[in-house]
Ligand binder design. Structure first.
Ligand SMILES: NC(=O)c1ccc[n+]([C@@H]2O[C@H](COP(=O)([O-])OP(=O)(O)OC[C@H]3O[C@@H](n4cnc5c(N)ncnc54)[C@H](OP(=O)(O)O)[C@@H]3O)[C@@H](O)[C@H]2O)c1
Length: 251
């Protein structure tokens, strides 16, 4: 699979930054997109330090995915990169939500960033990849999208919506040479997961572990991957728990 030019949306920190670093280290030209310009600049300088070929230098573009200028920004970034082979959507938010809180403002922002922003960016690349008959679309979802938990309902719903959107894209595009990869990490050590404790069976992993899994998943043209892989079995069991029992648990 050709992976020469890649856009990572949500690349200023955490999983997106690690994916940008993984692809850059493997010789791809990377465009980093997110809101925090200073963070993007710093990431670009780090990635660019060992690179001598000007055609491989990483670039960045500050952008808020909840705006309605996605197509313009996409066109601009693709023109600067000289084309696109892989689009990774890693932007996401998970606002703190108390167990008895119902907050539409937080929920709206969650769905705007995690789902609507993803649809907008993925649609732009899907149009190009469909026409060309190649390319890879990747979305960083979460195990949280597999079941409606009592904690953070909008986060679970935003990821469930993203999973369903990715499945539809895959069903449309798989016969046209396009890879559509849904990534479902468990616990990953980033600012989003501060305070989350893993365990021996389900540890908190480094963002670099997810980045490697994404690279391998794209190369092998996978549909859906769990990271670490044992989450697939864990979520299968959790999905089998009847609703009247599940709602009594703290899962
Ligand atoms: N950490 C975990 O345990 C875990 C587990 C499963 C799934 N995930 C998913 O992994 C993805 C990455 O999260 P992370 O853990 O790496 O956390 P993170 O370090 O907070 O990264 C989130 C990224 O999203 C970007 N972002 C947020 N709002 C944005 C907006 N309005 N416009 C543009 N970019 C925006 C942030 O950049 P700016 O703030 O600079 O805009 C940042 O680059 C998320 O989709 C998250 O749901 C995380």
């Amino acid at each position: 699979m050709s992976m020469k030019r890649i856009i990572v949306v949500g690349a200023s920190s955490g999983i997106g930054a690690a994916i940008a670093a993984e692809y850059s280290a493997r010789g791809a030209r990377v465009a980093l997109v997110a809101r925090r310009e200073e963070e993007l600049k710093a990431r670009c300088e780090e990635l660019g330090a060992p690179i001598t070929d000007p055609n491989q230098m990483p670039i960045f573009r500050a952008h808020d995915v909840s705006g309605d200028d996605v197509q313009e920004v996409y066109n601009e970034v693709v023109a600067s990169l000289g084309g696109i082979d892989v689009l990774v959507y890693a932007a996401g938010v998970m606002p703190e939500t108390a167990p008895d809180e119902f907050n539409s403002s937080k929920d709206r922002q969650t769905v705007l960033v995690n789902t609507v922003g993803a649809m907008q960016w993925l649609n732009c690349a899907a149009t190009d990849f469909q026409e060309r008959g190649s390319g890879a679309l990747v979305a960083i979802s979460s195990v949280a999208g597999d079941r409606g938990r009592t904690g953070r309902p909008a986060y679970c719903a935003s990821k469930a919506g993203l999973n369903s959107f990715m499945e539809s894209l895959r069903n449309r595009l798989v016969g046209k040479g396009v890879t559509v990869l849904t990534v479902k990490p468990g616990f990953v050590r980033t600012s989003m997961s501060e305070g989350i404790q893993g365990g021996a069976l389900l540890p908190v992993v480094a963002p670099e572990v997810v980045a490697k899994a994404v690279y391998n998943g794209v190369q092998k043209r996978k549909n859906t991957i769990y990271v670490p892989g044992r989450w697939r079995l864990v979520m299968w069991i959790i999905r089998m728990i009847p609703g009247f029992i599940f709602r009594r648990t703290t899962i």
